[in-house]
Write a protein that binds this ligand. Sequence first.
Ligand SMILES: [Fe+2]
Ligand SMILES: [Fe+2]
Length: 286
Amino acid sequence: MARAAAFDLEDFLARSRALDLSGIDWSRARAEPLSAAERRILPYFIDVESYTIAYLRALLNTAAIRDAEICDFLGCWLYEEAYHGRALARFLREAGHPLDPRRPKSVERPARAWEALQDAAASALSRAFAQDFVAVHMTWGAIQELSTLNGYRRLAERTENSALAEIVRRVMRDESRHFSFYYHKAEERLSRSPRAQRLTAFLVKRFWKPVGAGIMPQAEIDFLVGYLFSGPRGLEEVRHVDRTIARLPGMGWFRGLEDYVSAARDRLGRDPADAAQMRQGKAHSI
Ligand SMILES: [Fe+2]
Ligand SMILES: [Fe+2]
């Protein structure tokens, strides 16, 4: 089993800071095109970024709190994610499409059934399996960070708005470091416990969904993954995510993102309005 390069936690902690927005030419946000699809998916990204605090709450209810490295990481992780959401919200304001101040915050929305079930299972299983359960969260985090990173990459590739592309590229640098931490920790935890591997495989198979799936309507998630991961380039990214996760001990079976994207595409195919908006992605400028 190939091991990931070691993660330098001290370096991560020393470098952690709010997203650097210096030098961004905000006038380009409004001057350059922003497609209807981009206007639809950016609030989703913002919600996912701001929901990090709720994931943190779930994580701290587990034995993860007894791992000093994880605790050191989480403080900086939350801080960085919050600034990703703020940067994207500012971009939308500068582009002339501010978020509706009346829309409920992501943490105020009622969690969907599977999310509530997952929380309940997490705390019960965490008590029963204690340390092994940390491997589940670390693997889960690695999948979410890597798929987020690749989603941002597709957004930067597809957009015709240079300000958005630059902000997203800077966010990606943080997401890449987040992914490295989770992946490294997942590998460490899985490789030392076959029971952790079995527990992780069992729970990821049954409960895993793309990041944000617990708080966003199904139609919006389908639209997002369809938009970001359509076409040969999208499929390439999706397979890269699945292959990388499948290299973790006990995860060789994983192809969760490709399965999810293909199911989402089937559902989208039934909605001609969504399909048209997605195709227009680039052409449909304001
Ligand atoms: Fe983020
Ligand atoms: Fe992240």
